[in-house]
Design a protein around this ligand. Structure first.
Ligand code: AMP
Length: 190
């Protein structure tokens, strides 16, 4: 198995790149944000709970997020590996993911972090908000809060993976295909 954490602030291009990479490397793409949006669309209890956090740009609590992620991984254990997009976002999530991978006799091979300046992120998200229908993309205050939460709670995970010698930074500014090539170089070197 090959398991990648695709990392970066909101608007870094994780979802777009994960879609390209999952086809190229035949991996299962797991996006916790997409999973929550699916629950919201289906008006489930989890969807209602998640929405109350997502609309403000806050993180959904670890307990429910981890539970949902684990169930998804269990469903796809026959795949060649996973691309995790938007997970982990907290230290507790990263620790759970390590344990989960270990319990399946595998591991996270790399955290690939897309590096994009904040002002480019805001611009990209506002642009995406015009067509994505995502409430959290159309309000600049919510966008700035999501970026703030990233720096406060999530960015520390770079250190978590650096300690394990699994951190790879990639320039996330450029054309979609250029960035896919940069990420592919990292994956091919693993
Ligand atoms: P994303 O699609 O990854 O930008 O996620 C959209 C929103 O879903 C985030 O702003 C959070 O509110 C929530 N979310 C997604 N993934 C997670 C996660 N791993 N932990 C907590 N909240 C999450």
């Amino acid at each position: 198995m090959i398991n990648i954490v695709l990392f970066g602030p909101p608007g870094a291009g994780k979802g777009t790149q994960a879609e390209n990479l999952k086809d190229k490397y035949d991996l299962k793409h797991i996006s916790t944000g997409d999973m929550f949006r699916h629950h919201i669309q289906n008006e489930t209890e989890l969807g209602k709970l998640a929405k109350s956090y997502m609309d403000k740009g806050e993180l959904v609590p670890d307990e429910v997020t981890i539970k949902m992620l684990k169930a998804k991984v269990e469903e796809h254990l026959d795949s060649k590996g996973f691309i995790f997009d938007g997970f982990p976002r907290t230290k507790a999530q990263a620790e759970s993911l390590s344990e989960l991978m270990q319990s399946k006799g595998t591991q996270i091979d790399a955290m690939i972090a897309l590096e994009v300046p904040d002002e480019v992120l805001v611009e990209r998200l506002l642009e995406r908000g015009k067509t994505s229908g995502r409430k959290d993309d159309s309000n600049e205050e919510v966008i700035r809060n999501r970026i703030k939460v990233y720096y406060k709670e999530t960015e520390v995970l770079k250190e978590f993976y650096k300690k394990e010698d699994k951190y790879y930074g990639v320039d996330g500014v450029g054309s979609i295909s250029e960035i896919t090539d940069r990420i592919s170089k990292v994956i091919d070197s693993l």
